[in-house]
Design a protein around this ligand. Structure first.
Ligand code: SF4
Length: 447
């Protein structure tokens, strides 16, 4: 690691130590990921009440644009480390997969018929995530896009984006997708290092992945990718090589994730002896990945995504642009203004959609206090918190204390012209602490 990186990481460490006398590893363990509201308190609406609320919220929302997110919950096989909601395509699941695009079409039609106000709004992106959306094939994706086109205004500047594993891509698939209008691709790479890839069960070599990235970039795709800090056998030199090779291949965005334990991937942690990781090493690697991407010309797009060029990551950055989110498919979350909703898990989703319903699990309206927290949380997650809403909602004194504290801890820096602030790697690592700092003890309180 070069001296300039060592110095930057040292400064970030000093920022944290200055405010906290505990052992450094204890401080770092307080990292947590932001949680959606439905994971913090029960949703209040269901059935016809929820449907009425959604129609009203969509019509009343001040947003002039919205994004579409579509969840496909299938993968060819299930990766042990993954926490996503997806199912491996065993032979017994193939019949379920075959009906999934039809379920999406039915749900989209429900929205088109019941929420006409959306037809008048600008659609900024149609983003397929999962799972591996390509499990429904390019024909399945084409059917779903066509149904969206039948009901909403898909214009030339509406971006079509999808996430995919590399092993499900080839030149023909990429060309077919581009003909359908897709232009942005996020490839879940995790690492290009072959020992790491073997340890996590990836079938392709790093070289094969790079060849596909290069083909996509040369064909005109905006490509983003990711690395996962904390994977087995993944060290600082590997991270440096990964960032350099991905950027050289033309990747324009890099998501920096940390391996997160959940009931879905616990066995992987046990198998690889990762239950008690070296948190200081992980924090250093996390820092390093951010600084490396910054040196490669990227800047923060949202708290865990560095990007340059054409990668504006529209789905994940939609809250910062004040857009609504229309979602389709099992477990997909959406919102209109202050009204949030979530879809049910697969069996319940399928059964509801087959009967002509949209397959919701529940919905809820933010309280006034939750709305204020959400407004400030958007600022933090967006990576460039503007002090103005903090002053307006918290008062000048509290806002000033917060910003001084965050700058002191190395969560934030002020831009050279003094006009804006930007999250530093410490801020990304401790995003949840920043959100806790703006959350009153009882965010459900009305006032
Ligand atoms: S890492 Fe990607 S391919 Fe593997 S199970 Fe998760 S979503 Fe599927």
């Amino acid at each position: 690691m070069s001296e300039s990186f060592v110095e930057r990481i040292k400064q970030q460490e000093e920022g944290l130590r200055r405010f906290d006398p505990r052992p450094f590893s204890e401080i770092l363990k307080e990292r947590a990921m932001p949680k959606p509201l439905w994971a913090q308190r029960p949703m209040t609406d269901s059935g016809s009440v929820l449907e009425e609320q959604i129609v009203k919220a969509a019509a009343a929302s001040p947003a002039d644009a919205f994004c579409i997110y579509i969840h496909v919950p299938y993968c060819r096989t299930r990766c042990g480390y993954c926490d996503c909601y997806s199912f491996p395509l065993t032979p017994s699941r193939l019949p379920d997969l075959a009906v999934y695009p039809g379920l999406l079409e039915k749900e989209i039609s429900w929205w088109g018929r019941n929420v006409p106000s959306l037809r008048e709004k600008r659609l900024s992106t149609i983003h397929f995530g999962g799972g591996t959306p390509l499990m429904v094939g390019t024909e399945g994706l084409a059917r779903v896009v066509e149904t969206v086109q039948n009901f909403f205004k898909v214009k030339e500047n509406t971006e079509l984006a999808l996430e995919s594993t590399s092993s499900d891509l080839n030149e023909k698939v990429l060309d077919d997708l581009m003909r359908l209008g897709f232009t942005r691709l996020h490839i879940g790479v995790q690492s290009l290092r072959d020992p790491v890839r073997r340890a996590i069960g990836r079938r392709e070599s790093g070289l094969q992945v790079l060849r596909k990235i290069r083909y996509a970039v040369e064909s005109g795709w905006a490509v983003s990718s990711d690395i996962i800090i904390g994977l087995p056998q993944y060290g600082e030199e590997d991270i440096a090589a990964d960032v350099e090779e991905m950027m050289d291949a033309g990747v324009e965005g890099l998501s920096i994730y940390e391996l997160v334990r959940s009931p879905r991937n616990r066995a992987f942690f046990e198998r690889h002896g990762l239950l008690d990781p070296d948190i200081t090493a992980m924090w250093r690697q996390y820092q390093y990945a951010f600084w490396l991407s910054e040196n490669a010309g990227c800047s923060l797009k949202i708290y865990n995504h560095m990007a340059k060029g054409r990668d504006d990551n529209r789905y994940f950055t939609s809250p910062s642009r004040g857009e609504d989110l229309l979602s389709f498919g099992t477990i997909a979350d959406g919102y209109f203004g202050e009204y949030l909703y979530r879809h049910a898990e697969l069996p319940e989703y399928r059964s509801a959609v087959e009967q002509g319903y949209p397959g919701f699990l529940g919905g809820m309206l933010r309280t006034e206090t939750e709305s204020r927290v959400a407004c400030l949380e958007r600022e933090i997650r967006g990576g460039r918190p503007d002090p103005e809403p903090f002053i307006r909602l918290l008062g000048p004194e509290k806002a000033l204390t917060l910003f001084q504290n965050w700058i002191g801890r190395g969560y934030l820096r002020v831009s050279a012209d003094g006009e804006s602030t930007e999250l530093l790697p410490n801020g990304s690592w401790f995003i949840m602490k920043m959100i806790d700092d703006i959350t009153p003890t009882d965010p459900r309180a009305p006032g």
